[in-house]
Design a protein around this ligand. Sequence first.
Ligand SMILES: C[S@@+](CC[C@H](N)C(=O)[O-])C[C@H]1O[C@@H](n2cnc3c(N)ncnc32)[C@H](O)[C@@H]1O
Length: 223
Amino acid sequence: MRRAVIDPEGFERLFRETIDPWNYEASDFEAFKRGILLRACGTRLYGRGLELACAIGETTRVLAPRCLRLVALDASPTALDEAVRRLGGRPNVTFRLARLPSGMPGGSYDLIVASEILYYLSPNDLRRLTASMIRALAPGGRIVIVHHLCDFDDAAIRPRAAQSYAFHRLSARMRCVYSYQTRWFQAAAFVKGDGKVSVRAISGAAPRKRISTTSCRPKPAGR
Ligand SMILES: C[S@@+](CC[C@H](N)C(=O)[O-])C[C@H]1O[C@@H](n2cnc3c(N)ncnc32)[C@H](O)[C@@H]1O
């Protein structure tokens, strides 16, 4: 039976039950995915970074050294409290409680990272958020999107469709400078302006640990 689509309140309940539902801290797969996300960010040190849907801050931990200032937001107060507990000592990181797309912060950013968030939005909110991300990007800035491709039953939009929509919308306005795809997820990066970077497309190097092909997205603990 199909589970109900999960909304921010559902995520809040999930984090209250289990603070690290996808085992971000210890999972080899999540570490592998974060490594790809970092590669998609390129080698630059960014001025202002924005991480959308930071959860408990494990991706924030690897993004923080890459940005002079990093704003990391999420709609779950419990996840944010945990992120502050884990990373609160970093003076360049600000955590913010915000529900997307309406809570998209103002200002402009040199790096915007959206990982595993787009398919939890309604189609209309996905359109709004993608437009806000494009508007919020500073000239020469980079947007990185990382999302699963396989179906899972609490997503509001089919994962492949959400990533594909964002990929095409961003490609229409910016240059794709990085694309990496496995059977499990896709990471892509887009640059605004005409910095001289060529597209680097890599496909399918498997993570060291075997991932189940029937369940490409590990189920949250306790569900
Ligand atoms: C699967 S986790 C992804 C965490 C992290 N970005 C990553 O890739 O490892 C999804 C996160 O999105 C957050 N979230 C879901 N809907 C949201 C919304 N409308 N606005 C802000 N955060 C949201 C949840 O609270 C949760 O922390």
